[in-house]
Design a protein around this ligand. Structure first.
Ligand code: G1P
Length: 281
């Protein structure tokens, strides 16, 4: 299976940080956010990844490319740990790039992948969340796809105050973690939301999605919404994600996630904890 990672957005929620750098390259502790997402795809067994980019996103390509100068320098100065890490980033997967020419929404970005995908089911991973779990989130979806051979998307219960930020599903429960989807709404008002089950940005889609994207008119925000195209599937499933999600879609959530993820690193954990307690006194 191939994966598609849309990374063409302007990152307006992060301005001015994102004026001259892509939001996908913002660090979460010691790695750019997009590296976590690529790692999830790779640990799900995917080695062919298409990143949908746009203007001003060159540093993403540089990040996953080799850097001979840097590797030479690290080798010469005996910094072998760094060298190994740097080399492994460029060897993780075959990464391809295509540019979305106009900012017409997530659905439109996904449609840029049509030729590369070539009729197969494929995974989509959005960069606004880092998903941590024993079985990677995308792999959890691939397992459901194998069983039902239908589109499946990862969902999670979201608190009331966040419902408006997500695509929300209406579904009938099949078991503790699986729903058959009856309807989907992109960013509904809380009173209009059919449930509190939010789409968290991981999908395994059948290739028919490309026809459906062509059919839907612009939706919320005047954009071609992936959620609207998903409504056209006769059969699709929502799978409750089993793991921990870190939202990095806006500055406060990104900061919280950065701290939480830094606290998972033994070498800085104690120092950071002490510091946080000190400044919160
Ligand atoms: C997108 C999707 C939305 C989903 C969300 C998850 O919205 O359109 O359905 O719930 O990602 O992060 P965005 O956050 O890009 O506006």
């Amino acid at each position: 299976m191939k994966a598609v990672i849309p990374a063409a957005g302007l990152g307006t929620r992060f301005l001015p940080v994102t004026k001259a750098q892509p939001k996908e390259m913002l660090p979460v502790y010691n790695k750019p956010t997009i590296q976590y997402v690529v790692e999830e795809a790779v640990s799900s067994g995917i080695d062919d990844i298409l990143i949908i980019t746009g203007k001003g996103k060159r540093s993403i390509e540089d990040h996953f490319d080799r850097s001979f100068e840097l590797e030479y320098f690290l080798q010469k100065s005996g910094k072998t740990d760094y060298l190994k890490e740097i080399e492994s980033i460029s060897e993780m997967a075959d990464i391809y790039y295509v540019r979305q020419k106009k900012q017409k929404g997530l659905g439109d970005a996904i449609s840029c992948a049509k030729k590369h995908i070539d009729g197969e089911p494929f995974a989509v991973l959005l960069g606004d969340t880092i998903a941590q779990s024993k079985i990677p989130c995308t792999k959890q979806l691939m397992n459901v796809y194998d069983k039902y051979e239908s589109t499946v998307i990862a969902i999670e219960e979201v608190p009331d105050e966040r419902v408006e930020r997500y695509g929300i599903i209406k579904g009938s429960k099949i078991d503790n973690s699986l729903y058959r989807i009856e309807d989907l709404v992109e960013k509904p008002k809380l009173e209009e939301a059919p449930s509190n089950l939010g789409i968290i940005g991981r999908y395994v889609l059948s290739h028919e999605i490309f026809d459906y994207i062509d059919e839907v008119p612009p939706g919320v925000g005047g954009e071609i919404q992936l959620t609207d195209a998903l409504r056209l599937f006769k059969e699709s499933y929502g799978c409750i994600f089993n793991g921990k999600l870190h939202d990095i879609g806006n500055t406060v959530d990104w900061l919280k996630s950065s701290i939480e993820i830094a606290l998972e690193h033994e070498d800085v954990k104690e120092e950071l904890k002490e510091y946080l307690m000190e400044i919160l006194k």
